[in-house]
Design a protein around this ligand. Sequence first.
Ligand code: ASP
Length: 327
Amino acid sequence: MIKSFTAIFLAIASIASTQASDFPIKDKPITLVVPFVAGGPTDRVARDLAEAMRKPLGGVIVVVDNAAGAGGSIGANKVAKANPDGHTLLLHHIGMATMPTLVRNIPFKVETDFEYLGMINDVPMTLIAKPQMPANNFKELMVWINANKGKINLGNAGVGSASHLCGLLVQNAVQVDMTTVPYKGTAPALTDLMGGQIDLLCDQTTNTSTQIEAQKVKAYAVTTSKRLTTPALKDLPTLDESGLKNFQVTIWHGLYGPKGLPADVQTKISNALKAALKDPEFIEKQKGLGAVVITDNRIEGAEHKKFVAAEIIKWSPVIKAAGDYAD
Ligand code: ASP
C-alpha cells in the first residue's frame, strides 16, 4: 500500500516537473492580459514588451488580450483566476496599488493572488485639455477652472485607473469638483478630448506625447517632481512648480502571473522580461514616449512585490484624504 502511494506520488511529481520545465509549450501562445482597451498607454507598453519578449521566450508568440473595464480590475481578476501554467500573464500599472483603496470589493487580493515577475517601466503623466481650451498656461487654466465650476468634464479610465487617481489628486489640489467621464481606457478618452467632448484628462506620456507634439491637445504640466527631457515634453513645467505644491505621481507597470506559478516558470518569465528590458529597440521606443525602463532592483520579482506593498501604504492615506472627489 505504502509502496503504491509512493509510486503515485512520484508519478505526480514527475508530471508536475515535466510540465514546469516544458514551459513555454511550443506553438501555444502566451496571453498577456491588458486591463484596458487597445491603443492606450498600458496596451502600448504591452505590445512593445510582447514583441521584445518573444525571442527570449524561444520564439513563442505573446498575444495581447485587452480585458478592459472596471478601472482595470476585470483584467486583473481574469489573471488571478487563470491556470498558473505561465501561458496567461498580466501587465498592470499603479492600479495594482491603488485599486485596493479606490475600488470597493475587488474580487481578488493584490498581495496574495499573484506571482510578481518584475517591473517594466516608470511613466510620467501630463495634464492636458481639449484643443479649444482658451487657457495657454497653467495659470490661465486655473482661471478657466474657477470660472467654469460645475461644468467641467474630466475623462478617466474608470474608478481605480491611473487617470482616475491623477484626476482625483488634481481636483483635490485645486479644490474644484469636476464631473468624471469614465472610459474603458484612455485611448477613447484622448479621442474624445481631441474632439472637444470632454475638457480635461490626466494621462501617461506614452499616450499623450504624440498628440502634444502634434498640438492636437493643449498641455499644461507634467506630474513628476522634475521636468522631463523627452523633446516633445521638455518645455512643460511640473505641477509642483505651477503652484500645486508637492504634486507628484509617476505611473509604473509590472508583470504578474496567477498565484501558484511554478518557481522555474517564474524564473523563465522573469529572465525573458529582463532580456526584453535590455533590448535597445524596446528602450528607445519607451524613451521616445517619456517612459523610463526599469534598471534598478525592482526588476526582480521579490523587490517588485515589496515596491507594490510600499505603494499601497503610500497611496492609501492620500486617496482617503482626497476622498471627496472620488467618483
Ligand atoms: N492610462 C489608463 C489609466 O488611466 C489606462 C490605459 O488605457 O492604458 O489607467
